[in-house]
Design a protein around this ligand. Structure first.
Ligand code: ARG
Length: 560
């Protein structure tokens, strides 16, 4: 049961949305007056009355029930007392009934959210710098879907630019079809790195690269065939990782998809008198807004990253009619997003306000920033393989007779990588360290997965819960119940703040509350009623932890 909503619905304040009221309901720091409180100050203007009077009149109309047993009005606050037993009974039966839907909602029904994430670059290695956007975006997709939204997950592929000319030159000079097919992304990275080394000595290579890029743009058959091969290899390689991470997309429309959609953007910008020529280039002047100009066309007429993003936003609006379009991209690109959002606003599109840059922090190595050109990267695939291997070693040590060891190791290893990447507030910079990712101690995914296996094992040994009436509860029991009851709110705030780390944090809190309960309260106790109550708690924890991990794209296991 979500008390805040329950209270808001019961209050049924005319002219105010239930969600808004629920958003104001808080847990007071001092719970002697009540378990929940509604400060009535936000209603004063609307209801044209003082908060004190409003609180009193709301109290007068309120009908208490078996969950909310008492209401009082004090200094503009409404205080509510909750019957913990009534609450426990309602919550546990709700979780048992809803199962994998517990925490879901229909607040998003009829609304569409586009989420642009991962958005990898063709022929570039998939390294740990791409981990955040991939797992944050994927979790947001799952979270919004859980709340009833229609979600369109988009991989805005970086498949346009002179680097593809460079690759063709490098391929012709230092590689072959066989080598590329054999060596795949590693081979493409090898020749890309070599190109940059050689171009330092021989700048003519850069002219050659530009030439080949033009050929691609002009539809030259051979160049496009090669480019197609690079693209195919990249997508096959990253797909393997997406599969491991439970990441999926609804669209792979990348930058080159907008090649034939940019002329219309340029025309519209001209028509609306927004384009200026500066040093031969076409720009939108943003000085008035304290930003450098947004480059639309270079002097040679070719388009830019921003041009393709403007075309993409318009295309998405026309195609999906989104309520929101999120861009999960590192904060390094803050300016880019601010600029092109502004251009869309200046074009008079009312939906410019629905474009949201979900920025996150950077990942660097202990030795400094990563660089594809210098070949200084940590590949995501290597990180996943290492954590899976480590999980395998730990299993061999602790539980050599376990069934399906490989499957368990995969779930634990990939879970550790995803959970680790979602453990901090997303805007924090991270210095990547193998030691940390490989640590299975403390507030980590293996701990949450282990808690789930504990629940499975208790339920297997002691049995599934039968009917019970809620007994007097100890603190450890009630702590688990209040954690359980928070889940629906946590999911909603994770969506509102675009912050999947709320869910990782929550999973740890619930797992810790359960551990305390597990130690302090004997689940397989003599008294049948208490036993069933505790089994119901155990079963509910299992359900909610699984739901939490599922929203993050992490598999659970029954035994480890
Ligand atoms: N491929 C880009 C990069 O690696 C990220 C693209 C993000 N999405 C977008 N619509 N601009 O920097």
């Amino acid at each position: 049961m979500d008390f805040k909503h329950y209270i808001a619905e019961k209050l049924n304040i005319e002219g105010v949305d239930v969600n808004t009221v629920a958003g104001y309901v808080e847990i007071p720091p001092d719970t002697t007056l009540g378990d929940y409180a509604l400060p009535c100050f936000f209603l004063a203007k609307l209801l044209r009355n003082s908060p004190v009077k409003i609180a009193e009149s709301l109290k007068a109309q309120f009908v208490t029930d078996y969950v909310i047993t008492d209401v009082s009005a004090v200094n503009g606050y409404l205080n509510f007392k909750i019957d913990r037993k009534g609450y426990a009974a309602g919550l546990l039966s709700d979780i048992a009934k809803s199962g994998d839907k517990f925490g879901a909602s229909d607040i998003g029904t009829g609304k569409t959210v586009c989420i642009d994430y991962s958005s990898i670059n063709i022929a570039k290695p998939f390294h740990i710098g791409h981990l955040s956007t991939t797992v944050i975006g994927s979790a947001l997709c799952k979270i919004f879907r859980f709340l009833g939204y229609k979600v369109v997950g988009i991989n805005h592929l970086g498949d346009y630019g002179t680097q593809f000319g460079k690759l063709i030159v490098a391929y012709k000079l230092w590689s072959s079809r066989e080598q590329v097919i054999e060596g795949r992304l590693k081979e493409l990275t090898r020749i890309y790195v070599k190109f940059h080394e050689e171009a330092k000595i021989n700048p003519a290579l850069d002219d050659e690269a530009r030439h080949y890029f033009h050929l691609i743009e002009q539809g030259d058959k051979d160049s496009n065939e090669l480019f197609g091969l690079f693209k195919k290899i990249t997508l096959e390689e990253v797909d393997k990782i997406y599969n491991l991470l439970n990441v999926t997309f609804d669209s792979y429309a990348g930058e080159s998809f907008y090649n034939d959609k940019m002329a219309a953007v340029v025309d519209e910008l001209k028509e609306k008198n927004l384009l200026k020529i500066s040093d031969g280039a076409s720009i939108v002047d943003l000085e008035e807004y304290g930003m450098p100009p947004c480059l639309i066309l270079k002097s040679d007429g070719s388009s830019l990253y921003a041009t393709r993003d403007i075309a993409a936003a318009i295309y998405r609006k026309n195609t999906y009619d989104f309520d929101k379009c999120l861009y999960v991209v590192a904060y390094q690109q803050n300016l880019h997003f601010k600029q092109f959002f502004k251009v869309i606003e200046l074009m008079g599109k009312s939906w410019a306000k629905d474009l949201i840059h979900v920025a996150y922090g950077m990942v660097s190595l202990e030795s400094g920033a990563m660089s594809t050109r210098e070949g200084k990267v940590v590949l995501l695939e290597d990180v996943i393989n290492k954590t899976v291997e480590k999980a395998k070693t730990v299993i061999e040590e602790k539980n050599p007779t376990l069934n399906d060891k490989d499957k368990v190791a995969r779930a634990v290893g990939t879970g550790a990588v995803i959970f680790g990447a979602l453990s901090n507030n997303k805007i924090k910079d991270i210095v990547f360290s193998y030691d940390r990712v490989l640590s299975f101690e403390g507030e980590t995914c293996p701990y949450v997965q282990y808690t789930i296996t504990r629940c499975f094992s208790v339920l297997k040994k002691t049995g599934e819960p039968n009917a019970f009436s809620v007994p007097e509860m100890c603190d450890a029991e009630y702590s688990v119940l209040s954690e359980l009851g928070r889940f629906p709110d946590v999911v909603k705030s994770a969506a509102e703040k675009y912050e999947p780390s709320f869910i990782t944090r929550y999973a740890i809190d619930l797992a810790q509350a359960f551990s305390k309960f597990y130690i302090e309260c004997k689940i397989a106790c003599e008294d049948e009623n208490t036993r069933n109550f505790r089994l119901a708690i155990t079963s509910a924890v299992k359900t909610v932890l699984i739901n939490a991990l599922t929203l993050l794209g992490i598999d659970y296991i029954e035994e480890m």
